[in-house]
Design a protein. Structure first.
Length: 168
């Protein structure tokens, strides 16, 4: 599947098949994150691929979202320099990790996998579970696996409502 098709077919998946993700496909998905652009090419990130069932169950408790427990893998996108702010006054870590996790989403979709952005979680508890040092920040959790549902596409605003040319 090409990238345009992956963008169109991507859905937030909240139910996964009880099926192992092949190591080759997982490596390809994680490679997509590694290749993502970042501010000054610093790559101030780390991706924790959680496959251990007990660890995933603990993450379910830290998120309060039981559906992530149906995924065979949960990926944590971690910022290694959460204090860094770009010249434009936007935190670099949030942008950089979001770009990399978007690459994961598109690579997953292209390989027949599903994902869902998880931003609702207990930061302190997730760091404790995954043994992430206190000075780092978990930006996102993302379940990954073969979808066991096929949600319809959600409506999007027309291009004219979200794009301007030459000025706002």
């Amino acid at each position: 599947m090409d990238v345009r098709q992956a963008i169109k077919e991507r859905r937030s998946i909240r139910k996964y098949q009880n099926r192992v993700v092949e190591e080759k496909i997982l490596a390809e998905v994680l490679e997509a994150a590694r290749l993502a652009p970042s501010a000054n090419n610093r790559q101030d990130w780390r991706f924790v691929a959680v496959k251990d069932r007990e660890q995933i169950d603990k993450l379910v408790s830290a998120t309060g979202q039981s559906f992530i427990g149906t995924a065979p893998i949960v990926i944590a996108g971690v910022a290694l320099n959460p204090e860094r702010v770009m010249r434009c006054e936007v935190p670099a870590y949030a942008v950089d990790v979001a770009i990399a996790m978007t690459n994961i989403t598109l690579a997953a979709t292209a390989n027949g996998l599903g994902t869902c952005w998880i931003g609702s979680f207990d930061q302190v508890e997730v760091k404790r579970i995954l043994e992430i040092p206190e000075e780092y920040k978990v930006v996102q959790l993302m379940p990954l696996g073969y979808p066991d549902e096929k949600p319809e596409a959600r409506s999007r605003k027309p291009l004219a409502e979200v794009v301007s040319y030459d000025k706002f």
